[in-house]
Design a binder for this molecule. Structure first.
Ligand SMILES: Nc1nc2c(c(=O)[nH]1)N[C@H]1C(S)=C(S)[C@@H](COP(=O)(O)OP(=O)(O)OC[C@H]3O[C@@H](n4cnc5c(=O)[nH]c(N)nc54)[C@H](O)[C@@H]3O)O[C@H]1N2
Ligand SMILES: Nc1nc2c(c(=O)[nH]1)N[C@H]1C(S)=C(S)[C@@H](COP(=O)(O)OP(=O)(O)OC[C@H]3O[C@@H](n4cnc5c(=O)[nH]c(N)nc54)[C@H](O)[C@@H]3O)O[C@H]1N2
Ligand code: SF4
Ligand SMILES: [Mo]
Length: 738
């Protein structure tokens, strides 16, 4: 395979000038790279294989890694351009300290560390250990995620640690643990290939997991029927056999009615239900009145389409059901997930080739990062911080007295609320940009301003970190060795291509030095990432997320190993449940009784329109990384309000006209993009932008009672046209017509 020597000039020639080109001084143009490193994309949960080209300690380009089995060289626009972060002139290259009235000033590592330790100690002695909180993120590798969990409990000695997966994976995680006792997608994605029926609900796969589209299309080539459930005619829906244009927040009604239909028409796998599940009667009873007519009224989707879906699903011999945040970002996110699982269990199509179910994990290491102790209620191996046996085992691994192990802490949004109440006074964050990504962000900003001390670790100065007292310059994905776990459950190797630039340091080194200065250095004796991974293996041993049998060597040899992998001779588990031994206490898969509940922010006469939020293909999460890459910015330069022509006409809204969107939290102005690909009662805004462009000025802090995920997907709003026609970037317009 010939190398593709892509450099900055080629990108300019091909795509036009970039807004933020990295500094080209010293870059080698088309020269041969010093090294070619097989690693993975730093962005979404697909973790596509990619080769990075490095020269003079700079990442200067990429080429496809054809052999990596999931993406076989394919990449999306973000993967293609990710390498441009490495030399970016916005990189933080020295610690900075905020001086009132002056701004940030560079300081030495020693000064930054000393000040941080002083403040941690002051706050903890004045207000108690738990008054110092930590927020973390799962773009971090498994090694860093594991270490953060230990760092917060052992070095900071606080119970208040939570992570950005709280905004992402937790509804699915809670639902999967209830139903299966284990939180992972059931099959690797090659199993999609021969599924007869595929349901995709609340997942804009072509934009958010672009390389997964390939496997769905492979199935289509083999004759699979595709059913897409989404309030918008997303790209995948345009080629679907059935598109259920559901009203946001009503998935549990839809799947409840489908379960009822399967019961009424005896489309059930009685053998599987009787032998391998429990709770079927209660689940069945909960939906006994959920007729197609009722479901049509609640979901706003034609009953004929719901019936056609139930028939296809009920009669299939192989199938896959996939969902993502569209059904999970709700105050009943866990219920939505369980309602999907119920129709999978009723069909008995799990634990067999081409029969699968799973949430599509969002963040780069959203899978591994949710297993190894990042969460406020979790210990490594997906153990429970309140379970005495689990506490005992991990305390032994960590060499601490069990009574010194903190208990369950507050979740991410609850930490913000506790800052408001004056209970939390200090914060350390790594890999999280909550000012953009948490709901109701004016409230979040006020909280950050109330903190007595705030320090953060990042490679860019994110919007949140502008409120910090100290920022430590950390490392990119390609600047430390490690592993991540892909959305499929495959543990893969992240390889170091270069060192952090100038005075920046690897994240791990920064955390270890803070731990040392807090007097816990003996608990963090690691010389390299592999030593951390080897401790993680032991810590996870015997837990549901068991990595004990996975080693760096084994991963390299096999291009990844699927967990659970409990011992060194074990080959890993690409497909779960072939033995029908579920990880619940009774060993059975659990049906759960799910009744439909409406959103916590329902529409009414004053706020009559449903606002839902999500993503576009060229931007990633809070945008702190992708808004710095010119070509990605140009593909979608600003957030637009997607609105149907009928709704636009009702308010007299013109194309590109600025519209004031108001919810109970506040108001914000967005140019209208009038499209036929959205329901008439719903508007959509992507959330990747800060400040006045942020969709999260409008969303609510209502949380799912079990998972504590915010209800990003439903806010009641009203629309007021301003009469001003905005100047919208032409590339955004190109997007509109696509
Ligand atoms: N380009 C890009 N890719 C990404 C990311 C990114 O920021 N940008 N982020 C990554 C991460 S962390 C995540 S979590 C994933 C998210 O991946 P997705 O969940 O696919 O992304 P979203 O756009 O948040 O929401 C998906 C869809 O849900 C629909 N939806 C809204 N409300 C409902 C509802 O009530 N029911 C149903 N059935 N559908 C509904 C929306 O119209 C939208 O098309 O993407 C990952 N990949
Ligand atoms: N309205 C609305 N809000 C949402 C969503 C939605 O659909 N609608 N989706 C939610 C979802 S699913 C998610 S996952 C969250 C994500 O929200 P966030 O986690 O806040 O988003 P990121 O952009 O990933 O922020 C990560 C920060 O970490 C830094 N970073 C990345 N990698 C590393 C690393 O290796 N080391 C260090 N030190 N720093 C690193 C980046 O530069 C960035 O500043 O947003 C949520 N918010
Ligand atoms: S699909 Fe995800 S992992 Fe693959 S290149 Fe795109 S952003 Fe990266
Ligand atoms: Mo996410």
């Amino acid at each position: 395979m010939a190398r593709l020597p892509i450099d900055a000039e080629e990108i300019i020639a091909k795509f036009g000038p970039s807004l933020h080109m990295p500094d080209r001084e010293g870059l080698p143009g088309r020269d041969e790279p010093d090294t070619i490193v097989e690693t993975h994309c730093c962005f979404c949960g697909m973790q596509c294989g990619i080769k990075l080209l490095a020269k003079n300690n700079k990442v200067v380009g990429f080429e496809p890694w054809m052999e990596f089995p999931f993406n076989e060289g394919r990449l999306c626009p973000k993967g293609v351009l990710r390498y441009m972060q490495n030399n970016h002139h916005d990189r933080l290259t020295t610690p900075i300290l905020s001086k009132p009235g002056v701004g940030f000033e560079p300081v030495s590592w020693d000064q930054a560390m000393e000040k941080t330790i002083l403040e941690i100690k002051r706050i903890q002695s004045q207000y108690g250990n738990d008054a110092f909180a930590m927020l973390s993120g799962v773009s971090l590798t498994n090694e860093k995620s594991y270490m953060v969990g230990k760092f917060a409990r052992v070095a900071l000695k606080t119970k208040n640690l939570d992570y950005n997966g709280r905004l992402c994976m937790v509804s699915a995680g809670a639902g999967n643990k209830k139903a299966f006792g284990l939180d992972r997608t059931s099959n690797n994605y090659t199993d999609l290939e021969k599924a007869e029926v595929i349901i995709v609900t609340g997942a804009n796969v072509s934009e958010t997991f672009p390389t997964l589209t390939h496997w769905i299309w492979r199935a289509r080539d083999n004759g699979a029927k595709l059913i897409v459930v989404d309030p918008r005619v997303i790209p995948l829906a345009r080629t679907a056999d059935i598109h259920l244009d559901i009203r946001p927040g009503t998935d549990s009604a839809l799947f409840g009615a489908i379960l009822n239909y399967m019961v009424q028409h005896d489309m059930l796998d009685h053998d599987f239900i009787n032998n391998y599940t429990s709770g079927f009667e209660a689940a069945k009873d909960a939906v006994k009145d959920y007729s197609l007519e009722w479901a049509e009224e609640i979901t706003g989707t034609k009953k004929e389409k719901i019936e056609a879906t139930a028939k296809l699903w009920g009669k299939a011999s192989t199938s896959f059901l996939l969902h993502a945040r569209g059904i999970e970002h709700h105050t009943k996110g866990v219920e939505n997930v369980l309602s999907c699982i119920n129709i999978v269990l009723a069909s008995g199509r799990i634990g067999r080739p081409y029969c699968g179910y799973g949430t599509i994990t969002g963040q780069g290491n959203g899978q591994g990062g949710r297993e190894h102790g990042h969460k406020c209620d979790q210990l490594p191996g997906n153990r429970d911080i309140e379970n005495p046996e689990h506490r005992k085992y991990i305390s032994q691994v960590w060499g601490i007295d069990e009574k010194d192990m903190p208990g369950k802490g507050l979740s991410a949004y609850e930490i913000i609320e506790a800052i408001h109440r004056g209970e939390i006074k200090g914060l350390l964050s790594i890999c999280f940009n909550p000012l953009i990504s948490l709901p109701n962000n004016n409230y979040v900003r006020e909280a950050l301003e109330k903190l007595e001390f705030y320090a953060g670790i990042d490679f860019f100065l994110s919007e949140t970190l502008r409120h910090a007292n100290i920022v430590f310059p950390g490392s990119l994905h390609e600047e430390e060795e490690g592993t991540v776990t892909t959305a499929e459950g495959r543990v893969v190797r992240i390889r170091k291509a270069v060192n952090p630039p100038d005075n920046a340091r690897p994240d791990t080194e920064i955390l270890i030095e803070i731990a040392q200065r807090l007097g816990a250095g003996d608990k963090f004796p690691y010389k390299n990432s592999e030593e951390i991974f080897n401790e993680l293996r032991v810590a996870s041993k015997g837990g549901t997320a068991d990595y004990y049998g996975i080693t760096y060597e084994k991963i390299e040899k096999n291009m990844g190993v699927f967990w659970p992998c409990p011992d060194l001779d074990h080959p890993g588990t690409p497909r779960l449940w072939e033995d029908k031994k579920f990880k619940t206490p009774d060993g059975k898969a659990h049906f759960n009784a799910v009744e439909y509940h409406p959103s916590k922010d329902p529409v009414d006469d004053e706020y009559p329109v449903i606002l839902t939020t999500g993503r576009v293909v060229s931007q990633y999460l809070s945008g702190s990384q992708t808004r710095r890459i010119g070509k990605l910015v140009q593909q979608f330069a600003q957030p637009l309000l997607e609105i149907h022509p009928t709704l636009a006409a009702q308010y007299g809204i013109q194309q590109d006209e600025e519209v004031i969107v108001t919810t109970k939290r506040g108001e914000a102005v967005f140019p209208a993009n009038i499209v036929e690909t959205i329901r008439e009662d719903t508007v959509f805004i992507p959330y990747h932008w800060p400040g006045k462009k942020s969709a999260n000025q409008l969303t609510s802090g209502h949380l799912d009672p079990i998972s504590k995920i915010p209800e990003f997907k439903v806010s009641a709003c009203k629309l007021t046209p301003t009469g001003n026609i905005a100047v919208v970037d032409k590339y955004s317009e190109a997007y509109k017509s696509s």
